[in-house]
Design a binder for this molecule. Structure first.
Ligand code: FAD
Ligand code: MLT
Ligand code: ZN
Length: 553
């Protein structure tokens, strides 16, 4: 009965879209005009997706100060003017070398390459190199290997685990100048591009051909496809298009000693020996620098619909997910989860009007992508009506056009940015069986509260403990939002969170990777045999350990 009372206003909102298919076609036509091959991707030397507010410290503390137990590896050489001269001679162009080693003017230019997106980690790098070809990457690495110079491969620097910035004085090899789309097969959907191509640019190019990049995430305007492959990024549509372990067809990479590994296969099937490219997917720059990627891209759907709804309990979220899979099956392309705490923070930062009139403990965003707008929207409307009648969903709304689709997505995609505006964040990215997924947020909140660290006023370091994530992939993002970074908070959270996950045989890194943050915790999700084999792989590909030291293993 309660559901029936809610249904009328919702159904009014359900009077619905024909717009999506047309909008997609219009957008494609515009892109077709604006893009010509080969495409140079835009890239900024300041790798940020969003502007930073004054609430956040302009610069982070140096990592070496925050974690004094990490010591510089004395085997690595100190950078000399001779080294810098070699790189200048090799790369030629002024813009390819940012030199803070022999010039004192470069401090401001180097800073964005030293600090991570969250402003949690900060290195002491004095030299940034921006190669423009595989051959240049190869020569850089050969020289570094011969001279024991440590290197951090860097894409768009949007990583969330401190993997993309140096800890000490490692040289940053930034891939932003290797940003060309090289080939696209309009029949098979195989795209070949350089690693520094920005994800959104690759996707816009594909849109002009009627295809879609099989990965989408909030940092798409800054992250590189080489960075995506190197972190094995999951994102918002993994539920539909699967992991990069399945969609990457081939890649080219350069090993620490300069050897070029050419595995740039464009075939869907290739069972000729070990599938070595898989080792580079998710290797976070520890065994080589990815220079080119070949990826299988699906047809872009003509129709897209988005629904946003409120639910009274996590149990109901699970029921809704079950119903969505069964009723929307082949057109379901995303099923995302947000708790009230995360939405309150987005509201606080953006001041935008909430999608629903009332507040609920949980919200879900469902996206469908299919070939027939009318059919898909009818299916989605029928689904929403059904789950409301069954009392699973308390209230819901359907986007009427592309503007509304974007604005509903912003409530999910905007959480990371909103958090970054409010101070520091301790971020955990975990995977556990769905039934336990949200319990972690509740247990963590209780623990932080018991420790006297959580409160509404300034004296408490923690503002909120929130959860959101990719429900469709059993991937939760537990975020502890702080007014300031405080070692007491980290002590309460670690290893508590990792132990909690290990007890449930979960993963402490579902999609963001290990980086610096989780290096010492790998044992909570991988047994000693696995870690031993990983170390053997690292030693085979990078025997001197120059690639991304202090991270991962
Ligand atoms: P970087 O941050 O530059 O690097 C990440 C790691 O890869 C580092 O270890 C670096 O050394 C290595 N690396 C980079 N390029 C290369 C290369 N060419 N060869 C070898 N190693 C390389 N992640 C998800 O999985 N899902 C999400 O939904 C998601 N959403 C995000 C939303 C926001 C707002 C932000 C800021 C980040 C998000 N991330 C997400 C995290 C991040 O992993 C991704 O943004 C992205 O995959 C990183 O790409 P990048 O080019 O910025 O890599
Ligand atoms: C997301 O899903 O929004 C990203 O993984 C980023 C985050 O965890 O904040
Ligand atoms: Zn995510």
């Amino acid at each position: 009965m309660a559901a029936r009372q809610q249904l009328t206003p919702v159904l009014r909102r359900l009077q619905l879209p024909r717009a999506a298919a047309n909008i997609n076609r219009t957008r494609q036509a515009a892109l077709q005009q604006s893009l010509s091959r080969p495409v140079r991707c835009l890239s900024s030397s300041r790798p940020r997706c969003f502007h930073q507010t004054t609430a956040v410290a302009a610069t982070a503390k140096h990592t070496s100060e925050t974690y004094p137990d990490i010591q510089r590896d004395a085997r690595f050489a100190q950078l000399t003017p001779e080294h810098v001269a070699y790189f200048r001679g090799l790369l030629g162009s002024e813009s390819a070398v940012i030199d803070g080693a022999t010039s004192s003017d470069a401090a401001d230019d180097i800073e964005p390459f030293n600090s991570d997106w969250m402003r949690k980690y900060r290195g002491h790098c004095r030299l940034v190199l921006k190669p423009s070809s595989t051959d240049e990457v190869s020569q850089i690495l050969r020289y570094c290997n011969d001279n024991m110079l440590a290197v951090v491969p860097q894409g768009g620097n949007t990583g969330l685990v401190g993997g993309s910035v140096p800890v000490f004085d490692e040289i940053v090899v930034n891939m932003s100048r290797m940003n060309r789309i090289l080939e696209f097969d309009e029949v098979s959907g195989a795209l070949v591009a350089e690693a520094g191509c920005i994800l959104e640019v690759a996707d816009q190019f594909l849109a002009s051909k009627g295809y879609i990049f099989p990965l989408d995430l909030g940092a798409k305007g800054s992250c590189h496809i080489g960075g995506n492959v190197s972190t094995n990024a999951g994102g918002l549509r993994l539920l539909r298009y699967g992991s990069l372990h399945g969609t990457v067809l081939g890649l080219e990479a350069v090993l620490a000693d300069g050897t070029v590994v050419d595995d740039l296969c464009k075939l869907r099937k290739n069972n000729t020996g070990y599938d070595l490219k898989q080792l580079f997917i998710g290797a976070e720059g520890t065994i080589g620098i990815v220079t080119k990627v070949s990826i299988q891209c699906p047809q872009r759907s003509a129709a897209q619909n988005v629904a946003f709804f409120g639910l009274e309990s996590f149990d109901k979220v699970q029921q809704a997910f079950r119903e969505a899979k069964s009723q929307l099956s082949e057109i379901l392309s995303a099923f995302e989860l947000m708790d009230e705490g995360s939405q309150a923070l987005v509201r606080q930062v953006t001041n935008n009007k909430r999608p629903l009139e009332s507040q609920y403990p949980f919200y879900c965003l469902i996206e469908t992508s299919g070939s027939n707008a009318d059919h898909d929207s009818e299916k989605l409307a029928a689904f929403l009506e059904d789950v409301m009648e069954k009392g699973i969903v308390a209230d819901g709304t359907l986007a009427q056009d592309e503007t509304q689709i974007k604005s509903l997505w912003a409530w999910r995609e905007g959480i990371t940015e909103a958090l970054s505006h409010l101070g520091g964040t301790y971020k955990y990215d975990v995977s556990i069986p769905v039934k336990d997924l949200y319990q972690l947020v509740e247990d963590t909140r209780a623990r932080v509260d018991e420790a006297g660290l959580l409160g509404d006023s300034d004296e408490f370091p923690v503002r909120a403990v929130v959860g959101y994530g990719h429900m469709g992939d059993a991937n939760l993002h537990l975020n502890v939002s702080t007014r300031r970074m405080d070692p007491r908070v980290e002590k309460v959270l670690e290893p508590f969170v990792y132990e909690w996950i290990a007890e449930r045989q979960g993963s402490i890194s579902a999609e963001h990777g290990l980086g610096l943050m989780k290096k010492k915790f790998i044992g909570y999700s991988r047994n000693p045999t696995m870690v031993g084999l990983m170390k053997n792989i690292k030693n085979t590909f990078d025997p001197k350990g120059i690639l991304n030291p202090y991270k991962y293993l």
